[in-house]
Design a protein around this ligand. Structure first.
Ligand SMILES: Cc1ncc(COP(=O)(O)O)c(C=O)c1O
Length: 426
């Protein structure tokens, strides 16, 4: 697989190089120039998750990573069921992995790919998270030999459960609260990747959704969703994706490029840079607003250039996408409405994806919205909104009792750099 820096086509890398580098120079994202469609989609859809995902990823990645098949089998060892949530609308529940979030797919795959290709080189993963990425990355890399993980997150702006999942592991997982917002965490990561000396010294790598290995892993569950539908519903599928950094939807659009018949709905909260852009043609990020769907509180989505690249590659029209954005009030109304009618429990991110899908769905179409996190991960808002006491899954219950092992830093690069050098003993 050959990938190019989207900011400089002269920087071409293999898949393994893209995984290790994370991001190209001048903060350019790696992305392929072309993606060959799969020619046996119907047959693939009749194949179980693991062998199907092995074929999809082998097709995308090519001959690199000889252990790819065993990596996929080990990484995708949990289910991604679809559940009927409303008439013609299914939830794709991506929260049955170890940290109960969709990120488990990408993070587990990436951790194993990196382990298999790193050789003797020591690596440091530096990642910024608005919640679930950090938890999934921490769990996926915990106790992986020769790899340290530094997770940055905005102080007080992720749920206490998300923080517990990041900050209670210890060992090779270093949790860093940044007294600022997520965009500042993301900027610190970007600055570190531009610091060549530091980058080489600690073997810097990113496990954010900018890492292409994570995106490719996520492609597989779009096929898994359609595979679970009755055959007569497979040709008119609409996916609604709750968008933050636009990694998840990039994966969906890669699946579409591979030949999965589907249309896509871009679902956002009040941080609506992309919906406004699609409507007006003007890219005008506003100040990031804190919402109940906090993992989507991003006003400069860093994967957007990849979506643009896919639009160009496929000759799609921006008007092919449906989109919408929702306030917190509408989000809660939606959660209450669906729960009272069908008993299905939505957390805020899924609620946005569900409602915007419902508004978009046409006669004869089957809607699938992505359930990106377990509702119990947003217990406070879910309980308060629905008047229930949602049970924490066992995995989370155990973690809540453990003490936090996090440090707090200002959003200052030099500060962060000294901390990392000490923490990973580089
Ligand atoms: C629960 C949840 N939903 C949606 C998203 C948005 O996904 P993406 O950043 O890939 O657009 C995230 C991202 O962290 C998330 O944690």
């Amino acid at each position: 697989m050959q990938l190019f820096n989207l900011k400089d086509h002269n920087e071409a890398v293999s898949f393994s190089e893209a995984v290790v580098k994370g991001i190209g120079h001048n903060q350019g994202l790696f992305f392929p120039d072309k993606i060959e469609p799969l020619d046996n989609i119907d047959e693939l859809l009749d194949t179980p998750l693991v062998p199907r995902s092995q074929k999809i990823l082998r097709h995308l990645i090519g001959d690199e990573v000889p252990q790819l098949e065993s990596i996929v089998a080990d990484a995708f060892n949990f289910e991604a069921p679809i559940k009927e949530a409303d008439k013609d609308i299914y939830a794709l529940e991506l929260f049955h992995g170890p940290t109960l979030a969709f990120k488990d797919f990408g993070a587990r795959f990436m951790a194993r790919v990196l382990s298999s290709i790193r050789g003797d080189k020591k690596l440091t993963i530096l990642t910024a998270t608005s919640g679930d990425t950090g938890a999934a990355v921490a769990a996926a890399f915990y106790e992986q030999k020769g790899i340290d993980v530094v997770v940055l997150y905005p102080d007080g702006k992720i749920s206490s459960l998300q923080e517990k999942l990041i900050a209670t592991l210890g060992g090779n997982i270093k949790a860093v609260r940044i007294s600022g917002i997520f965009d500042e965490c993301q900027d610190l990561v970007k600055t570190a990747f531009d610091d060549e000396e530091f980058k080489t010294r600690v073997g810097l790598n990113s496990a954010n959704s900018i890492n292409v290995s994570r995106l490719l892993a996520q492609v597989c569950y779009y096929f898994e969703a359609v595979a679970q539908l009755p055959k007569d519903k497979r040709d008119h599928v609409v996916f609604s994706v709750p968008c933050g950094n636009f990694g998840n939807i990039t994966a969906g659009l890669i699946a579409k490029t591979l030949g999965l018949k589907s249309r896509f709905v871009i679902s956002c909260n009040a941080n609506d840079t992309v919906p406004r852009y699609l409507q007006s043609g003007v890219w005008d990020p506003h100040k990031t607003i804190a919402t109940l769907s906090n993992a989507m509180d991003i006003s400069r989505p860093n994967n957007w250039p990849r979506v643009e690249a896919l639009i160009k590659m496929n000759g799609w029209n921006k008007s092919d996408f449906d989109f919408g954005s929702m306030s917190d009030e509408e989000t809660c109304d939606t959660m209450r409405d669906l729960y009272s009618r069908t008993g299905y429990v939505l957390e805020p991110h899924a609620a946005i994806a569900y409602q915007i899908l419902k508004n978009s769905l046409k006669e004869g179409e089957t809607g699938i919205f992505l359930g990106t996190a377990h509702p119990a991960k947003f217990k406070e808002v879910v309980d308060k909104t629905l008047g229930i006491d949602i049970a924490l899954p066992e995995a989370l219950e155990k973690r809540v009792a453990l003490p936090m092992q996090a440090v707090t830093l200002k959003p200052d690069y030099e500060n962060l750099k000294s901390y990392v050098l000490e923490a990973v003993k580089a």
